[in-house]
Write a protein that binds this ligand. Structure first.
Ligand code: 5GP
Length: 346
């Protein structure tokens, strides 16, 4: 047994210190970024926010709404080939660069991936997603996928430590997804005791990835636009959102009426709800590691996006970053014991 005594930090442990700035208005801030990748020859530009590949968030409807704004969607892996065919016959603009096709690591998953790329060979992004990116089998799968799809941008995760980021990048990933346990409907930390505070995970993993010419996605734990700004400030190239994009018209999840109020179901991909829906129940050898919740219905996702993008632009003006790209360089975090004033919050 060993203890690391350095305290690791989450979003709630810091704030961003304001700095002198020459920017006059939020409208002067550009949130678009351009990326080249470590292995794939594809180039990408857009606003580097990603709807999570959960079946309540990473939907085709979400991709339609988000790609209008040059925002990315990781489409969940539970759509049938028939549903993919229908979607790709009438796709939103620039779909090749605005969605990733998600996959697990089973033989069935890879077959489905091949089928989807047959429908549209120009889709550029693959998201290989497992709850625990530390297994050797996973690295091997990334290596095989790279060999099979040399031109695609491969996203792989999740991990939370620099050495594993390096291992995945060397094995063929272009972008590594970072986050174990911070998610709003995740119970991994409760069920297993395993995890890593997200802000420190981002700082350490971004350092490892950027050293090799790769990128990272901060995945999970953002509950406000301010958290997204902190994730970018810490060095995340992309930020993935689940809960913040749940409950909208474009989200999945059953709609429920209670006392005249509308709600939408939102659940973790390892929750009993998801396992019952997709694999016929929770297998005997495992515990569910996700919650099922009901989130108040929030209307069109466009309003939430405006709130998020407006918040991010404002962060940039507070620290004098005219482009999102400069935010990390301009960020000084201060450690704090308070966040917002909650007198009027219940
Ligand atoms: P959020 O933005 O809601 O805080 O976090 C979204 C992320 O939570 C997802 O992208 C995914 O990485 C993670 N997640 C989704 N479902 C589950 C689950 O059932 N269990 C765990 N441990 N994590 C989940």
């Amino acid at each position: 047994m060993r203890i690391e005594y350095d305290i690791k930090l989450g979003f709630k442990d810091v704030m961003i210190r304001p700095k002198r700035s020459t920017l006059k208005s939020r409208s002067e801030v550009s949130l678009e970024r351009d990326f080249k990748f470590l292995h794939s020859p594809v180039t990408w530009s857009g606003i580097p926010i990603i709807a999570a590949n959960m079946d309540t968030v990473g939907t085709f409807e979400m991709a339609r709404a988000l790609s209008n704004k040059n925002i990315f969607t990781a489409i969940h892996k539970h759509y049938s080939i028939k549903e993919w065919t229908a979607f790709l016959t009438n796709p939103p603009k620039n779909i090749e660069n605005n969605i990733a096709v998600s996959t697990g690591t089973s033989e069935n998953d890879i077959q489905k991936l091949i089928e989807i790329f047959k429908i549209n060979p120009n889709l550029n992004f693959i998201c290989i997603d497992v709850a625990n990116g530390y297994s050797e089998h996973f690295t091997e799968f990334v290596r095989k996928t790279r060999a099979q799809f040399p031109e695609k941008v491969i996203i792989a995760g999740n991990v939370v430590t620099g050495e594993m980021v390096e291992e995945l990048l060397i094995s063929g990933a272009d972008i590594v997804k970072v986050g174990i346990g911070p998610g709003s409907v995740c119970t991994t930390r409760v069920k297993t005791g395993v995890g890593y505070p997200q802000l420190s995970a981002i700082i350490e993993c971004a350092d490892a990835a950027h050293g090799l010419g790769g990128q990272i996605i901060s995945d999970g734990g953002c509950s406000t636009p301010g958290d997204i700004a902190k994730a970018f400030g810490a060095g995340a190239d992309f930020v993935m959102l689940g809960g913040m994009l749940a409950g909208h018209d474009e989200s999945g999840g059953e709609i429920i009426e209670k006392n005249g109020q509308a709600y939408r179901k939102f659940y973790g991909m390892s929750s009993a709800t998801a396992m019952e829906k997709h694999v016929g129940g929770v297998a005997e050898y495992r515990a569910s590691e996700g919650k099922t919740v009901e989130v108040p219905y929030k209307g069109a996702v466009e309003n939430t996006l405006q709130d998020i993008l407006g918040g991010l632009r404002s962060t940039c003006t507070y620290v004098g970053a005219s482009r999102l790209k400069e935010l990390t360089k301009r960020t000084t975090f201060i450690r704090v014991n308070e966040q917002e004033n909650r007198v009027y919050t219940n």
